[in-house]
Design a protein around this ligand. Structure first.
Ligand SMILES: C[S@@+](CC[C@H](N)C(=O)[O-])C[C@H]1O[C@@H](n2cnc3c(N)ncnc32)[C@H](O)[C@@H]1O
Length: 233
């Protein structure tokens, strides 16, 4: 039970929703799809039908073994065990019903990867955080909106999962816009730990100078990214 919770094991039980996720991913026979969280494999064979190749990873070895047996006849499927957000495989499309505790890690990892687009399912609150404005923004909102165009596809009620999670989910389409590196991402996170300070005082922490008296909350997303770039120069 503890493992289930830690790994966010709420399995989608609606074939219709699984089909709509795969359809939104606009997969062609030229695409390599990377799926994090094979789970019970509701998405995996549908992805394989459309793609040239599917790499599907689960952190739970038991689920990977089960999938290996169940999908042994699918030739374009590579099943792996381990932490999906530590893998270095190349892919063109990302599809994941994300393990919820890993949503922030997923966004930061995806921001560093080159790919075309993805379809992800996240908790409703996390989806709202990603597109939040001014004072409601977090570092992950800045990273996500700089790295991707984000489009909401639909809401998914919690009863479409077994066992049902506490909250509803949202399907998002993300299209890659800008690549970011690890240093830029950690500097944006650091800026947010000083979010009540003025830009002038933040830069002072990094031995840099400016006359700008604005606070982080008054800057646009691009201005925050540029501030992080200035700190890194
Ligand atoms: C929300 S379930 C989704 C499973 C399946 N795709 C579905 O839609 O029913 C998340 C899955 O991700 C797996 N998982 C959790 N953390 C992971 C990680 N870091 N890397 C790979 N898989 C992970 C869990 O074991 C679980 O099977």
């Amino acid at each position: 039970m503890i493992k289930r919770k830690l790994l966010g094991q709420h399995f989608l039980n609606s074939k219709t929703i699984a089909e709509s996720i795969v359809s939104e991913a606009k997969i062609t026979k030229n695409d390599v799809v990377f799926e994090v969280g094979t789970g019970l494999g509701i998405l995996t064979p549908l992805l394989c039908k459309k793609a040239k190749k599917v790499i599907s990873i689960d952190a739970d070895e038991t689920l990977v073994k089960k999938a290996r047996t169940e999908f042994s006849d699918i030739e374009n499927l590579v099943l792996k065990s381990g932490d999906g957000f530590k893998k270095k495989d190349s892919f063109s499309i990302f599809v994941s019903n994300l393990p919820y505790s890993k949503s922030k890690d997923a966004v930061e990892w995806l921001a560093q990867r080159s790919f075309s687009h993805g379809v992800i399912m996240v908790q409703k609150e996390f989806a709202e955080k990603l597109v939040a404005e001014s004072k409601n923004r977090k570092a992950v909102s800045i990273i996500a909106t700089y790295a991707f165009d984000i489009e909401k596809i639909s809401n998914v009620r919690k009863n479409n999962f077994s066992p049902p999670p506490k909250v509803d989910s949202v399907i998002l389409k993300i299209t890659k816009k800008n690549n970011m590196d690890k240093r830029l991402i950690s500097t944006i996170n650091e800026i947010f730990s000083y979010r009540r300070k003025t830009v002038k005082n933040i830069l002072k922490q990094f031995n840099k100078k400016t006359v700008i008296e604005k606070r982080v909350d008054d800057l646009s997303g691009d201005e925050i990214v540029n501030l992080a770039k200035q700190i890194l120069k």
